[in-house]
Design a protein around this ligand. Structure first.
Ligand SMILES: *[C@@H]1O[C@H](CO)[C@@H](O)[C@H](O)[C@H]1NC(C)=O
Ligand SMILES: *[C@@H]1O[C@H](CO)[C@@H](O)[C@H](O)[C@H]1NC(C)=O
Ligand SMILES: *[C@@H]1O[C@H](CO)[C@@H](O)[C@H](O)[C@H]1NC(C)=O
Ligand SMILES: *[C@@H]1O[C@H](CO)[C@@H](O)[C@H](O)[C@H]1NC(C)=O
Ligand SMILES: *[C@@H]1O[C@H](CO)[C@@H](O)[C@H](O)[C@H]1NC(C)=O
Ligand SMILES: *[C@@H]1O[C@H](CO)[C@@H](O)[C@H](O)[C@H]1NC(C)=O
Ligand SMILES: *[C@@H]1O[C@H](CO)[C@@H](O)[C@H](O)[C@H]1NC(C)=O
Ligand SMILES: *[C@@H]1O[C@H](CO)[C@@H](O)[C@H](O)[C@H]1NC(C)=O
Ligand SMILES: *[C@@H]1O[C@H](CO)[C@@H](O)[C@H](O)[C@H]1NC(C)=O
Ligand SMILES: *[C@@H]1O[C@H](CO)[C@@H](O)[C@H](O)[C@H]1NC(C)=O
Ligand SMILES: *[C@@H]1O[C@H](CO)[C@@H](O)[C@H](O)[C@H]1NC(C)=O
Length: 798
């Protein structure tokens, strides 16, 4: 990509910036013990300036308080902020440069900013604000211990590198530098991409991508021409000295665009915009410009046409709710919309009342749970109307009808599409909007409420559930909270609340037991729909005695399943909690749990065919992958086994029973809590020291065991000696080594030998003793799907 002369130019350029060894000029050196004071009337005393005076490090005002950061003095534009999401500081706060870092003394203990870490032997000696916009701290040997260039916020300065694995996150607004809604991420795979904060890192959510995945890039540099230039780090970070001045800055801005400015003339001139479509004018080209269930409508003003040459934004973008929805927050319309009625009323007295709204030339991010080709517009609307899973359908390209649940993401104007949306009719009005204020308040926030873009109604859900459980024990107005919860949930997949009486009726007094789960019994029931049909449901009644365990399981399951909306995860329809009674209502899976199918007690019962079993394996793998990677939070199921896999009429398998699930916070990859799943399927690390962390790899292990059981229709402990083995994993490995795989499948079964070998090898990769040796669920899905070759598994399964 880069010619030798370009590389040379970059290296020369880099020699100018990126100091590792700096000999600061007299006067700009900040010595240990230097103190600055937050003071609006005396900005000289509130900052340390660079030699040219163009950059300052110190206190900058935010309304009546202060934040610590770096700004470009001629324009007062902030390029870096320390601890941008923590609390602001009051007037006359002091910042003391000490041997250990930057301290803000206060009566209740010094606050240390920016986590500058020093070891005992290393003491800080000096700091300097450089003319390239970098603030560096050095030790007595002049080694750089810390520099702001290593911790970009929303801005990259010329010469600064965004290293793989790091990102820039936009600010809330020009005046509020806390983390906003969009990010530019330099991925480990060498691709650099822009997408909404909290959205999954998949191409469906990217609004800009460099498409350089696999090219070996390990960083991006804003080069001297103001171009973002991918580099292969660490080659490019040679020793260097100060850049004499800053020439450019690139910033991901509150509206999601990445804009580059020429600052060499001491003012800011826009030179480039990414994405460049529509010359960076159309805010609607940014995914996430409008929140869930709304669409972005851009109207170019007459002036916009002229402005295309200059690139300045002139048109007007507005976020509009889809029919049947109202703004979540009227003051911040970009936050998206929620249903304008509550789910409880949606299925009022078991009577679903809705109509279908039709709008032309509007579409959304197509992520259907089902689609049909070669259909007509009318059929499309009808098929959604008749399907209780369908909340909206999109008819496009004059032939395809794709049906979708909520939320509808990235709505926008389009051509030749027809959208159908289910709209409640004859509904009662919502409870007062104020209840939403409480919900939003739970989001951690520095000053003004701002919206962390949630990919799903998941956020509403989890927050509502938090509130629900927070108040449950203290507030008698449980009913009110249920209502709030439903409105908060208005995303459509919201579980509704049932009374115990309704469930007694639905289940015929809990007579038809379907089986037992962890701390629970499951019953069959049915609820009437308005067309006279009865909808079968599964009601899970949690044991009353184990109150603490029960409650924990209930909460966990609500949180886990409530976040999970996937074809291969059992859907939660509702819940009930009255006194000691805890119940969860699920969609009914007619063929029951997988163990009954593959280990039938009646030996004459036909086993599922090889093809069916292979499909089930893929379904389960996809379901687990979704739990691990598809949600905002990583969900570790921790009890994957055939008993917890349910199979529907059409043979689709779904994962159920999330009562033992663990939720990992974002960026947390392991947890230390433990709770035993089912011994047979447990990964070895469950049994080791309690100090050993548990990661999603425990599910991979259990899946490997399940996969072998599914292949062989035999349980893990064989109960007899087969080919000298008593344990299924040993047998599988032995048969693989001896090329006798046909011994593994039920006698006389006609199987695809290539597929069988692939599946056995995948399973053996999953049951590796060492978690690190196991494949991830993503790899498992790719291998099973034939999109990734499968290497011969190592022999460490014993
Ligand atoms: C800095 O410059 C930009 C672009 O010229 C301008 O939009 C912005 O308002 C300026 N900011 C200040 C504080 O002057
Ligand atoms: C500083 O460290 C604390 C605790 O380790 C962490 O929560 C915080 O995010 C860190 N801040 C920065 C700016 O890295
Ligand atoms: C700054 O920190 C040093 C060392 O911790 C301390 O001796 C000095 O008093 C502090 N100065 C102020 C103004 O707080
Ligand atoms: C990356 O690929 C997408 C889809 O093919 C394309 O729309 C986009 O323009 C490409 N980006 C760049 C920087 O080439
Ligand atoms: C980076 O260094 C490796 C070896 O260290 C070399 O093969 C490669 O060509 C270098 N790349 C650049 C862009 O200099
Ligand atoms: C970079 O600096 C280190 C010492 O920090 C020195 O050993 C090395 O030779 C320097 N490399 C170059 C290319 O100047
Ligand atoms: C950046 O601004 C300087 C000063 O106004 C000018 O000389 C230079 O040509 C500009 N660079 C570009 C690429 O526009
Ligand atoms: C988009 O906005 C324009 C002007 O604000 C309005 O006339 C038009 O009806 C809107 N389009 C849609 C589909 O809402
Ligand atoms: C909800 O929206 C639909 C269509 O937009 C409308 O007919 C209905 O009256 C609204 N309901 C309420 C309670 O506002
Ligand atoms: C259900 O709705 C239909 C039509 O809206 C109505 O005729 C019927 O009486 C309703 N049933 C109940 C139980 O409310
Ligand atoms: C939708 O777009 C098509 C093609 O752009 C146009 O012919 C049609 O009139 C539009 N429909 C509406 C209702 O705006």
């Amino acid at each position: 990509m880069a010619s030798p002369s370009q590389v040379l130019a970059i290296l020369l350029f880099l020699l100018l910036c990126f100091p590792l060894l700096v000999k600061p000029a007299p006067g700009e050196n900040i010595a240990v013990g230097s103190v600055i004071t937050a003071d609006k009337s005396n900005r000289e005393a509130a900052a340390w300036f660079s030699r040219s005076g163009l950059f300052a490090f110190g206190f900058y005002p935010v309304e009546n308080e202060f934040a610590v950061g770096i700004w470009f003095v001629p324009n007062n534009t902030v390029i870096w902020t320390a601890d941008r999401d923590s609390e602001l500081l009051p007037e006359s706060s002091k910042l003391n440069f000490t041997e250990d870092g930057l301290q803000i003394p206060s009566s209740n203990g010094d606050r240390s900013i920016a986590n500058i870490s020093t070891t005992n032997s290393v003491k800080l000696a000096s700091a300097s604000m450089q003319d390239c916009g970098n603030f560096v701290i050095q030790d007595v040997n002049n080694y750089i211990i810390w520099q702001t260039f290593d911790y970009p916020t929303d801005t990259l300065m010329a010469g600064q590198i965004l290293v793989a694995g790091n990102k820039m996150v936009s600010s809330v607004s020009a005046t509020d530098q806390s983390s906003g809604r969009f990010q530019m991420v330099m991925q480990e795979d060498g691709n650099y991409v822009a997408y909404p904060v909290n959205a999954p890192a998949t191409s469906a959510h990217f609004y800009w991508s460099s498409n350089t995945s696999g090219d070996g890039y390990t960083g991006i540099l804003l080069n001297e021409d103001g171009d973002l230039f991918p580099i292969r780090y660490p080659n490019a970070t040679q020793n260097s000295t100060l850049l004499s001045s800053a020439t450019y800055l690139a910033r991901i801005e509150p509206d999601g665009f990445l804009r580059t400015y020429n600052i060499s003339s001491n003012s800011m001139q826009l030179t480039k915009t990414l994405p460049a479509d529509d010359f960076g004018v159309n805010k609607c080209s940014i995914k996430g410009a409008c929140g869930p269930n709304s669409y972005c409508n851009f109207t170019a003003t007459a002036a916009a046409a002229d402005s295309i040459s200059t690139g300045f934004f002139q048109g007007k973008a507005d976020c509009l709710c889809f029919p049947g929805f109202d703004y979540t927050d009227w003051k911040n319309r970009y936050m998206g919309c929620q249903r304008n009625f509550s789910m409880g009323q949606f299925i009022k007295d078991n009577n679903i009342s809705y109509s279908i709204a039709k709008i032309a030339n509007i579409s959304w991010s197509d992520d259907p749970y089902a689609y049909t080709d070669d259909t007509t517009e009318d059929e499309c609307g009808e098929s959604c109307s008749e399907d209780s899973n369908c909340y909206a359908a999109l008819f496009f390209a004059h032939q395809r009808c794709s049906k979708q649940r909520h939320p509808l993401l990235y709505g926008r104007l389009s051509e030749s599409t027809v959208a159908f949306l289910k709209v409640g009719s004859g509904e009662m009005p919502l409870p007062p909007q104020s209840s939403l204020g409480e919900i939003v308040d739970v989001v951690p926030k520095r000053k003004t409420l701002f919206f962390i873009f949630a990919v799903a109604s998941a956020l509403f859900f989890s927050v509502a559930v938090t509130i629900f459980f927070f108040y449950k024990n203290r507030s008698p107005s449980y009913q009110k909270l249920c209502r709030n919860m439903e409105t908060g949930l208005a995303g459509g997949l919201a579980p509704r609340s049932f009374t115990h009486q309704q469930l007694v009726k639905a289940t015929d007094c809990f007579t038809k037991s379907l089986g037992n789960g962890s701390f629970s019994t499951v019953f069959k029931g049915e609820i009437p729909l308005n067309n006279g049909e009865m909808m079968p449901i599964a009601v899970k009644r949690l044991d009353e005695k184990l109150s603490e365990e029960t409650e924990k399981g209930f909460r966990t399951e609500m949180r886990a399943v409530g976040r999970a909306h996937h074809r291969n995860v059992v859907r939660l329809l509702g819940f009930c909690h009255e006194g000691p009674k805890w119940l969860l209502i699920y969609e009914y899976m007619s063929r029951g749990s997988l163990d009954n199918l593959i280990f039938p007690s009646d030996k004459t019962q036909a086993l599922p065919s090889w093809k069916e079993r292979a499909n089930i394996a893929m379904d389960v793998a996809k379901g687990i992958l979704y739990l691990h990677e598809g949600c905002e939070t990583t969900i570790i199921h921790s009890d994957i086994k055939p008993h917890n896999v349910l199979v529907g009429d059409d043979g689709t398998a779904k994962i159920g029973d999330l009562g033992l699930a663990k939720l990992l916070r974002p960026r947390q990859s392991k947890t230390y809590t433990r709770q035993r799943g089912t011994f047979w399927y447990q990964a070895p690390e469950w049994c080791r020291e309690a100090s050993e962390p548990v990661s999603p790899k425990v599910d991979v292990y259990s899946f490997g065991v399940l996969l072998l059981e599914l292949i062989t229709c035999r349980t893990r402990f064989l109960g007899e000696r087969v080919n000298d083995c008593v344990i299924l994993t040993d047998l599988a490995y032995k048969c693989l080594m001896e090329s006798k795989l046909e011994q593994l499948v039920p006698a006389g079964e006609d199987v695809d030998k290539v597929e069988l070998k692939k599946m056995v090898m995948v399973a053996l990769w999953c049951v590796q003793e060492e978690p690190g040796h196991r494949k991830s669920m993503k790899e498992v899905v790719r291998m099973l799907g034939g999109n990734m070759s499968v290497a011969f598994p190592p022999d460490s399964v014993f």
